[in-house]
Design a protein around this ligand. Sequence first.
Ligand code: PHE
Ligand code: NA
Length: 501
Amino acid sequence: AAPERETWTSSTGFILAAVGSAVGLGNIWRFPGVAYESGGGAFLIPYLVALLTAGIPILFLDYAVGHRYRGAAPLSYRRMARPAEALGWFQIVLSFVIAVYYAAVIAWSLSYFVFAFDLRWGEDTAAFFVGEYLQVGEPGISTTLVSGVAVPLVLVWAAVLVIIALGVTKGVQRVNIIFIPLLVLAFGGLVVRALTLPGAADGLNALFTPDWAALADPAVWIAAYSQIFFSLSIAFGIMVTYASYQRRRANMTSSGLVVAFANSSFEILAGIGVFATLGFLAHQQATTIDQLEGLSGPILSFVTFPAVISEMPGGAVFGAVFFGALVLAGFTSIISILLGVAASVQEKFGLTHRTAAVTVCVVCSVISIGLFSTTSGLIALDTVDQWANNVGIVVSAIAMTVLIVWVFRTAPVLRAHLNRVSTFRVGRVWVVLVGGLAPVVLTTMLVQRVRTLVTEGYEGYPAWYLLVFGWGTIGLVAVGALVLTLIPWRGRDDAGFRAWP
Ligand code: PHE
Ligand code: NA
């Protein structure tokens, strides 16, 4: 007989692991910059709308599919309706792509954690990051290895491999039980410290002062929905996989609400911490926040922040805690991705857990190290991130909602399933949101976004480059998904599978 499927040992174990997946680099280095650029305080409106109309409903959808069909994304979708396996693979290959560059940002954070102790980045933090540390070259493909990035990146991948090979309870759950409380303490302390810096209040004003006109800009709404998907780890097949390890009698929707609330709280907290600190920077330089540059993306964390840290009394401690928190948050997220990919490969090819874990981690790490420890790293990362998050995940979410609700018509079954196991019941409005509002809004956004990317390009990078790294990424995910679906199923299939009543 096949071995029993591993399970989280308690609901707390599941919740901590799901929070670990959700709370990640997206909260700390993505959210504050996105919010600031997209209307400040006014951004909270599209953000909350996206959370309530798509984020939480699709989180429940992920949970329902995984818990009912008890497989990683491809197997769960296959059991739901055979051809839907392709959707599972699309999500899993997309996750794989994210993991490739996500690991690089964790590696940078690990380096900066060490640099913090002697403030190694010096006066000109931009020159240090781009020139000395990353040694960025022209957009293109380079083979010059940058050892300062390669070494931490290898360390990150080795740690990921060990945890995934240890499995769900001994590996992933245990890491989260230790790291999540540690992260909350560390980050909480950081925010308190930031709020006591001179100028902190100006920083908060800059973040929260609403620019109402931003609400009329479709790009702001796209930013809100993308942020919610990425941040909650939904429509990536990852939450399907996590839910599949949950026990039969599990309160799925209530756990989901806890996870969503924890993630958004952490996001707002990160926004407060980051902007209080920027307020201090503005105060030191006798200027205002809107005069500062480099308030978004990797530059915010790796150029602007180090500059502030250098000016702060006790900056070394603050810096070590900040970059340490990035490492903890990022690590618990990347292991969720790799677990999702490894479990999918394991089930499809009938491998043991360990063989699948080692194979997947080795393949992913080789690509990751090859692409991101060379001088072409930063620009490739920026481009792949843009396409994966503004195009790939939106396509995934549209496909998922339309297939489940309209093509295979499993929404009523999934709703009944959720209501049978959970105390927080989902009404018919859930089906309306998932099958009606979400796909309409998402499709409108996608069309807009694709049109802009096609006509205006991105960041002035050469067209051939966007074709390869941007559109190429999406093409690769689609082709990869198709190929993986067409390979004959070698593991235990759906024969004899009975969904939990
Ligand atoms: N949710 C994570 C973050 O906010 C990123 C992530 C995306 C994790 C997709 C898993 C899957 O950083
Ligand atoms: Na998040």
